[in-house]
Design a protein around this ligand. Structure first.
Ligand code: ZN
Length: 484
């Protein structure tokens, strides 16, 4: 048995990758709150978390919405710099509402997402994006090698299979993959983050995580690939008694509206600026559960003001409250999912101030550049870009993140192009470590195979419901409801 373990270990240690460059896989689970681990429903993720490096949470960017945060992860820039200031926004010249699309992401040629930057370095580096928000469009006029647009009907396990095929392509092997999963966000909006539905989805996500690890192992990539698991934001539960109708306070036809609850962007029509602001301000005092800001009063720490797309007025509901668009969407959810809407029906909401604890996402990583059994101080979403370039050994680009916040994650202390600790460890010690890893790996594989058996059952429970519904992810629903 010991000999078998040794052979296994030697096989594992001879891990190869199709790319000769460092490999990085970034997995984003939309709305996976930092403390969902406390549910004890994600044992595979938890094992990875404690085996590698993790932080108790990530400090995400304002507003705590999907598109701004994914683009900050990908660029290391605040929304006021990369220009994706909401899931929708009002173009301040045309007064047209801009939704997900090329215009939203075509803000500046100085904004270079990590997938573009990786390929720009040449020498056989290939990037891949699996449904990552904002990755459907060319940057600097160029597309990357592999791209799959968002399509909820593609099973998550199939997404992993495709991802592996990109990594192992014999001619153009990817060395960077950005992998997006739309849950628990989508069902979380309709049922709330405390629901059984979300809990079952967490189990399914946990199985996808295990499946990814299993596939990496099968392709001898476990020891070669650095894998970062994270999210864009958390989510809290809101019930109908906490919905606030703010449009009753302002005259229809005197403004444009974008964004979604709890953070609404208001652009008054010419001549109505003071009237609308004063009405909303008065109402916020009377109601007491939402705040109104003029652009010049936006908090500095939001990094949200210095952009021409930033709205003249922002309405922010207090934590636990929601606004008009959820009043519209709630009965739609009830109809679509066939439940009775009551005052105790829970809906999931995110988008509050990024200092609200329950808006925080999680972070964990493992791989050859990542420290084992290590916990780091929580850091910012904008720091991730530096972590990516460090792992990929790419030149640093100017960004809003701090290198100092991520060096403690790396085995070599983050010395750019430094020599990894593993390289200088003596042969005997290395062999001992490898034997230990192999034993752990064998036990782990056995455990993973057991857990994956439950995946089929969960797949039946969650068929790709959005395929025929006309409703995709909630963030794609939001803007349409707002306009209704
Ligand atoms: Zn999201």
């Amino acid at each position: 048995m010991k000999i078998q373990i040794l052979v296994l270990c030697l096989l594992a240690s001879s891990a190869f990758s199709a790319s000769h460059h460092p490999i990085l896989i970034v997995v984003s689970y939309d709305a996976f709150r930092y403390n969902f681990f406390d549910t004890k429903l994600v044992p595979n993720m938890e094992r990875l978390k404690f085996n590698g490096t993790y932080s108790d949470y990530l400090v995400n960017v304002f507003p705590t919405k999907t598109f701004p945060n994914h683009h900050s992860i990908a660029t290391g820039l605040y929304p006021e710099v990369h220009g994706v200031i909401g899931n929708t926004y009002v173009d301040q010249k045309s007064l047209k509402v801009v939704k997900m699309g090329f215009e939203m992401y075509n803000y500046s040629n100085d904004v270079i997402p990590i997938w573009r930057w990786n390929e720009d370095q040449g020498d056989g580096r290939h990037s891949a994006t699996m449904m990552w928000p904002g990755a459907d469009f060319p940057y600097q006029g160029k597309n990357i090698t592999y791209r799959q647009s968002f399509n909820a009907s593609v099973d998550w396990f199939s997404r992993v299979d495709t991802l592996i095929s990109w990594l192992t392509n014999s001619e153009k092997p990817a060395n960077l993959v950005m992998f997006y999963i739309e849950e628990p966000d989508t069902h979380g909006h309709a049922f709330g983050p405390n629901s059984n539905t979300v809990h079952e989805l967490l189990q399914k996500l946990d199985n996808v995580t295990a499946y990814l690890e299993k596939k990496l192992e099968e392709h001898k990539l476990t020891e070669k690939a650095n894998v970062i698991h994270l999210s864009d934001h958390g989510m809290i539960s809101v019930t109908p008694p906490y919905f606030i109708n703010i449009t009753q306070y302002i005259k229809n036809g005197t403004y444009e509206w974008a964004g979604a609850t709890p953070c609404i962007q208001i652009t008054p029509n010419a001549g109505y600026e003071d009237n609308i602001y004063n009405s909303l301000k008065e109402a916020s005092v009377t109601n007491g559960h939402f705040k109104v800001y003029k652009k010049e009063d936006y908090l500095k720490r939001w990094h949200y003001k210095k952009n021409p797309r930033s709205p003249p007025i922002l309405i922010m509901a207090d934590e636990g409250y929601a606004l008009d668009d959820l009043i519209v969407a709630a009965p739609k959810y009830a109809k679509f999912y066939n439940f009775t809407l009551t005052n105790t029906s829970e809906f999931g909401v995110h988008g509050y101030d990024n200092d609200v604890v329950d808006m925080h996402p999680f972070f964990m990583a493992r791989g050859p550049r990542i420290k084992l059994h290590h916990r780091v101080t929580p850091f910012s979403t904008v720091d991730l870009y530096n972590l990516f370039t460090e792992i990929l050994r790419l030149p640093a680009r100017a960004n809003n993140g701090s290198m100092g916040n991520i060096v403690d994650i790396l085995v070599d202390g983050g010395g750019r192009y430094g020599v990894g600790v593993g390289v200088v460890v003596g042969g005997v010690l290395l062999a001992l470590i490898i034997v230990g890893l192999a034993a752990g790996l064998t036990l782990y594989i056995i455990k993973v195979r057991q857990n994956i058996r439950t995946a089929a059952a969960l797949n039946k429970r969650f068929p790709q419901t959005f395929q025929n519904s006309g409703i995709e992810a909630q963030h794609l629903l939001e803007s349409e409801d707002v306009q209704a």
